[in-house]
Design a protein around this ligand. Sequence first.
Ligand code: AMP
Length: 424
Amino acid sequence: MVEETVEFRSVRGFHDILPEEIAYWQRLESFSRRILEAHGFKELRLPVLEMASLFKRGIGEETDIVSKEMYLFSDPKGRELCLRPEATSQIVRAYIQNRMDLKEPISKLYLIGPMFRHERPQKGRYRQFHQIDVELIGDRGPISDAEILILLWRILQGLGMGDLVLTINSLGCEVCRPHFKSHLKEFLRDKREGLCPDCQRRSEKNPLRVFDCKEAQCKASLEGAPRIDESWCGDCTDHLRAILDLLSEAGIPYILDSRLMRGLDYYTRTAFEVKTKALGAQDAVAGGGRYDRLISTLGGPDRPSIGFAIGMERAIELLKLNEALRPEGPKVFIASLGFRARLFAFKLMMELRARELKTEMAYGESSLKSQMRQATRYRAEYVLIIGDEELEAGTVTLKEMNSGEQTQVKISDLIRRLIGPKTP
Ligand code: AMP
């Protein structure tokens, strides 16, 4: 009987990140961590699985994420779980559960990891994607908005991503947003016929969400809609003005756009997005906003907060446009000829590795020429050549690959030569 061969492939929208790309991921992560830590943010790591109700309550039932995009399933006990579609609600869950509010008045947290949304996959849009999520919990004032925005800008600019546009808006507060909502509702009542079925429902239940709809007919229906800046109360206007002044002083350019709505229910006041012209249709690299009511909505204390998320796949596409990063080659490649020399090479390799010197040698037996080719492919900085003769003489040949310079080095001097004098 011939066994049928099955071709296993990753799930649509889920991607393998391979070693040749990893230098970009490591650069993005290590640079971001450095900047975040310098600004007083601490990392936390949370599960990818959560109760689905957390996001329904946090993000809102009428949002695209909750109504269409969550990976939902039941566990063996019949509880409704999901793969996290975003991090803010989850960080807030952890903040409340772990009583972080009792430990410190302000919590500055970040999380790096995968998010899951069942969207239509395309370039720059995946079903599993990664975010660097940053939250400043516990302050109401515009200084924290400015801190968050300057921090985001520093990370993206510091990585050399030029040509970014920061767009900012205020979504109002519990005082002024209801006015805007009722104006919008009234406006949409006349446009009902032209809206898609989802938006017909949203226009009554949660009219702000009509702004997120990607249907052309709904976009057209919104022409001439009331603008949120016409409804801002004095406090919201002052809050935004203070942020914009601080941004200007920090030399950060921005665009005010009263149509920026951000697709999630929990935002209050500040909402923002960073876009690029370099990536085509999926042009948002980062986004975020203030969420003064989310923590109390999810059962925690009254802690106004603000945060952002950087989309890592998109940030990496931008990095790739700017610099060619490759995984680092080994410091040393050991080429050996003959059985005794191979055994010696193996022991030397393990010793160098124990001293954290990245070292490789050929696995099978092969000619010197082929080992030298391998060293070049690895992009090794040095090659050590060891044959039986060298072993007799207690020396090895050390070749610096860049200059091609070759020297004879005593085996007893080798480690000092490669590592340099030991620093205490
Ligand atoms: P959001 O949580 O929707 O505000 O998204 C924040 C950032 O995550 C966006 O600006 C994108 O860079 C990135 N992002 C969101 N959804 C996706 C996705 N499906 N695929 C890749 N990146 C995404």
